[in-house]
Design a protein around this ligand. Structure first.
Ligand code: CTP
Ligand code: MG
Length: 233
């Protein structure tokens, strides 16, 4: 069985959820009786493709997360590590932690995306094994404008080339580790996803078709979607 590469899921839960406007960060809000973070972790717990899970979070929540894992039977959770002031910093902290016993492959995922579609982890793993790096994304359904910065349209990119980025993003561990080191050396510190750091290394990132249901809980409207989505399951 363990012919396959070793894997770890790195779940980023270090944000404050400012756009959600609650007094608790959105990953801890309960939907359908469970915190968003638990819904997210459950996908990795249930997947035979994932060996272990690490969560990145603010230190004041570490005890809560360990208790949640115990309560909901998330047995693959092996570590909870301190977050940083940007997503990139949080991701780097997680990467450094995994570096003590590096997996072959790391799945980086937003805690705020609790609706991973079945099959996506498999498709991403295949793509990352053949290309070194893979990112889930959906085709853009809206036409996009590039503004001139003064309130006018400057250009309209061809929509057939446009995708909206999602997570998971999946990498050979050495590639994403090097990407984070290079970004820091070059003074890049607020990238909102990891694939862009790999591109800066000059390496290709495969696009894997994700799902429109795999939303990132960002504003209160997304909470309504989440409740309806789970009620309909
Ligand atoms: N994240 C993180 N560390 C940070 C910032 C974000 O681990 N310093 C995580 C969030 O917890 C989330 C994911 O990165 O799971 C995507 O970020 P985003 O949706 O922007 O979440 P928040 O930063 O929490 O929300 P907001 O930007 O509205 O404050
Ligand atoms: Mg944010």
């Amino acid at each position: 069985m363990s012919q396959r590469p070793t894997t770890a899921a790195l779940v980023l839960a270090g944000g404050t959820g400012s756009r959600m406007g609650r007094n608790v960060p959105k990953q801890y809000i309960e939907i359908a009786g469970r915190p968003v973070l638990v819904h997210t972790l459950q996908h990795f717990e249930d997947s035979p493709l994932i060996d272990r899970i690490a969560v990145v979070a603010n230190g004041s929540y570490h005890r809560t997360i360990k208790d949640m894992a115990h309560h909901y039977g998330i047995r693959k959770l092996v570590s909870v590590v301190e977050s940083g002031d940007t997503r990139q910093h949080s991701s780097r902290n997680g990467m450094n932690l995994l570096g003590t016993d590096p997996p072959d492959i790391v799945f980086i995922h937003d805690a705020a995306r609790p609706f991973l579609p079945a099959g996506l982890l498999h498709d991403l793993l295949e793509a990352a094994l053949s290309s070194g790096a893979a990112a889930s994304a959906v085709r853009s359904t809206d036409t996009a404008y590039i503004s001139d910065g003064n309130g006018y349209i400057q250009s309209v990119p061809d929509r057939s080339f446009l995708y909206n980025a999602q997570t998971p993003q999946v990498f050979r561990y050495g590639i994403i580790r090097d990407a984070h080191v290079k970004a820091l050396e070059e003074g890049i510190c607020d990238a909102t996803d990891d694939a862009v750091l790999v591109l800066r290394l000059g390496k290709a990132v495969r696009i894997v078709e994700g799902s429109y249901d795999n939303i990132k809980m960002t504003t209160p409207k997304d909470l309504d979607f989440a409740k309806r989505y789970l009620a309909g399951q």
